[in-house]
Design a protein around this ligand. Structure first.
Ligand SMILES: [Zn+2]
Length: 326
């Protein structure tokens, strides 16, 4: 309630674009996808959920690493990569079934330009094309516009800097970690903020969008927060799904299927129940790249103004400040 009220005030002050209804393909009532961040994913711990998604006819977007981590002490850097032949076959099989494979950097842990470049070429050799989608990983130094560099609003940048000291240089020309020009050439979409809201167009009605302050990324999109099993199940609870369907909305869940979504070779019961509920509704289920391509056609190519961006940033801050208190 406080969050909704604050967003209404921000909207009155900063005037984001008007919401325009979208007619989804094939008479579908809403659109739904998942972007799966590959942290901690191994073939064993994600196979059951991908089998379920295929059975439910829900081809989503799975991100991948190309080579194993050099820093396994950090648990979120661990997980299978394209260097593993069985995992590689699994990704190829998924792609053949209509799933999209995205990039999560060369590996869990920093990668210099040459390594990122080699990883993208390997990705193309194995999967037949460069990734169209990229998600930044944790504190990888080559992340594009992470940390304070994702913020445009001066006071917020300063505040953020007080709490978060990491530097990110994927977008900094001259840095050994720079790969912005390569991303610009091959990658269409990069994930931006995620919010505790099932319908991403209720947060900001136009996506994807270009941000002139972060020019090495072609288009950004924002997502719904289902980062872990609990938030995933909560986000996809029945009243939320009913509201999404009613509004003809769009849900892009950002999650980590490698972190406890399956146990003993089976999908967690609550997770399976929520996905089955989604699948039983008249939604358009497609990878994020396909949905964003469609939206660009429907809504046009959108460039953020400074006040548009400040609106998104302050909406995110308001949610961080008040989440759990309403
Ligand atoms: Zn990650």
């Amino acid at each position: 309630m406080i969050i909704d009220f604050s967003r209404r005030i921000l909207a009155a002050l900063l005037r984001p674009p008007e919401h325009r209804a979208v007619v989804w393909p094939n008479g579908k009532r809403f659109a739904f996808t998942v972007v799966d961040d590959t942290d901690q994913s191994t073939l064993e711990n994600i196979l059951p959920i991908y089998s379920l998604l295929h059975r439910l006819n829900m081809p989503i977007t799975k991100t991948a690493w190309v080579v194993p981590t050099l820093e396994p002490g950090e648990i979120d850097n661990r997980g299978d990569s394209l260097a593993d032949p069985e995992y590689r076959e699994f990704l190829l099989d998924l792609q053949g079934k209509g799933f999209e494979i995205g990039f999560h950097g060369a590996r869990g842990g920093d990668a210099r330009r040459k390594e990122t470049e080699a990883a993208l070429m390997k990705f193309r050799d194995v999967l037949g094309r460069y990734p169209r989608c990229h998600v930044n990983h944790f504190k990888n130094r080559e992340n594009l516009y992470s940390g304070r560099d994702k913020l445009s609003f001066g006071p917020l940048r300063g505040l953020y800097r007080l709490f978060q000291k990491w530097d990110f240089e994927g977008h900094v020309e001259g840095s050994p970690y720079f790969w912005g020009d390569i991303a610009k050439k091959h990658v269409s979409y990069v994930r931006d903020f995620h919010y505790d809201e099932i319908d991403v167009r209720r947060i900001y009605p136009v996506l994807p969008y270009h941000d002139p302050n972060r020019p090495w990324v072609n288009f950004w999109y924002h997502a719904s927060d289902g980062s872990n099993r609990e938030s995933f199940v909560k986000l996809l609870r029945r009243p939320n799904l009913e509201r999404l369907e009613e509004a003809g909305g769009l849900c892009i869940v950002y999650t980590h299927f490698g972190k406890g979504f399956c146990h003993d070779d089976a999908v967690d019961r609550a997770v399976a129940d929520r996905l089955e509920d989604v699948a039983g509704r008249p939604g358009w289920f497609a990878p994020v790249g396909v949905i964003l391509d469609f939206l660009r056609g429907e809504l046009g190519e959108h460039t953020l103004t400074h006040s548009n961006r400040v609106f998104m940033e302050l909406s995110w801050v308001v949610e961080k400040a008040f989440r759990g208190r309403t």
